[in-house]
Design a protein around this ligand. Structure first.
Ligand code: PMP
Length: 377
């Protein structure tokens, strides 16, 4: 099996898994318990938090452990919008965001918030002058992703941050799920950001919300008051300690991994773009681990199945949206044609991807292409 669907999820690093098992075996205690074992467990948890802060070079930020970026995005966006509602009611985001952002802002519209969507230029770059034109005194929150999960585009977080310096009331949240471990994070340019462990060889169900002014957010989860009161529920210490390990490893290897993956990406794109009817949607200056291709005239699902039959796992636009029958909203917002959207597939890499996997993909591609025959336009 050749696994090239790493933007959906990655294989856990065995050492991360090992940490999870060890902590669950020896420190299964509740870190809130007052006895000796509870205190030891609590210390372990706080060490993990401190390690994350040191690895990510966080000084003023707080770190909350969550079940993943979906929860982190929900906690931040809802909590921040409600906290700031006396100052304004407008939220700015983009249509390329993950559903954990888009559905959250949609729900906030029912509470009376206004949502504005920043446009993209035809080449997939964020339209910064449109962004500036959306800003006014009513804007309280901007939520954008660092790397897009469908196309791999990198958003200009630093430039958005610079523009926002004229609007000190605005909180700037960034979804760094697809960038961490592959693209360096612009830590100093974000008021908060979210991560999901399973996208960088950690485990499913472990996430992070990193936040500048924790105290300013309204609580949305109520209970025992864990995680500074913002994420109640008995803390999953084993998960959080193993997450801190995954973060350390991903951070350590990012620069070298990124170089390797850029080579894979350009090799793959060069090999397939010469075929008539194939359109490469990802860009050279996008993230190193995401390639997006369209087979014009054929359905993405058909292509995915054809590769799957040959033992190669790839994806239609994204795992979350591939379950939906409607055309991918994010691609439409870029002005990509209907045909290109219908026929688009995503190939994504991680640290376990080998040069041989890319070679095998290219070999299989020739067969798949031939199999599609007259269907291709
Ligand atoms: N944001 C982006 C950009 C993503 O790709 C994903 C996962 N597909 C999420 C948020 C949500 O992460 P999770 O499913 O781990 O909560």
């Amino acid at each position: 099996m050749i696994y090239l669907d790493n933007s959906a999820t990655t294989k856990p690093d065995p050492t991360v898994l090992d940490t999870f098992v060890k902590v669950n075996t020896s420190y299964y205690f509740n870190p809130n318990s007052p006895h000796e074992k509870g205190l030891e467990t609590s210390k372990l948890l706080e060490n993990a938090r401190t390690q994350i802060k040191s690895v990510l070079k966080l000084d003023k930020q707080d770190v909350i452990f969550t079940s993943g970026a979906t929860e982190s995005n929900n906690l931040l966006i809802t909590g921040m919008a409600r906290a700031k509602k006396q100052f304004g009611k407008t939220i700015i985001t983009s249509k390329l965001e993950h559903p954990s952002v888009l559905e959250t802002v949609r729900a906030l519209e029912d509470e009376g918030f206004n949502v504005k969507y920043v446009r993209f230029n035809q080449d997939g770059t964020l339209d910064l002058s449109h962004f500036e034109s959306l800003l006014n005194q009513d804007v309280i929150l901007v939520s954008l992703m660092h790397v897009n999960n469908v196309m791999g585009y990198i958003f200009p977080i630093e430039k958005v941050y610079d523009i926002l310096q004229n609007y000190p009331k605005v909180h700037f949240h960034v979804d760094c799920v697809q960038s961490f471990g592959k693209v360096a994070l612009p830590i100093q340019c974000m008021d908060s950001f979210s991560l999901s462990g399973h996208k960088f060889n950690g485990l499913k169900g472990q996430g992070l919300l990193v936040f500048n002014q924790l105290k300013t957010i309204t609580r949305t989860v109520f209970g025992g008051g864990q995680e500074y009161g913002f994420r109640s529920g008995t803390v999953n210490v084993a998960s959080n300690v193993s997450l801190s390990k995954a973060i350390r490893l991903a951070n350590e290897h990012q620069a070298v991994l990124s170089g390797k993956l850029y080579q894979f990406k350009s090799h793959l794109e060069e090999a397939v773009k010469v075929y008539p009817g194939i359109q490469v949607n990802s860009k050279k200056d996008g993230a190193p681990h995401i390639v997006n291709l369209s087979f014009i005239g054929v359905k993405g699902e058909v292509i995915v199945n054809s590769f799957s039959k040959r033992g190669i796992m790839i994806s239609t636009t994204s795992a979350c949206s591939s379950k939906r029958s409607k055309l991918n909203e994010s691609l439409l917002s870029l002005g990509v044609s209907d045909e290109a959207i219908t026929g688009s597939v995503r190939i994504s890499f991680d640290q376990y991807t080998k040069a041989e996997d890319i070679h095998q993909f290219i070999e299989a591609f020739k067969e798949v292409y031939e199999e599609m025959g007259d269907l291709l336009k």
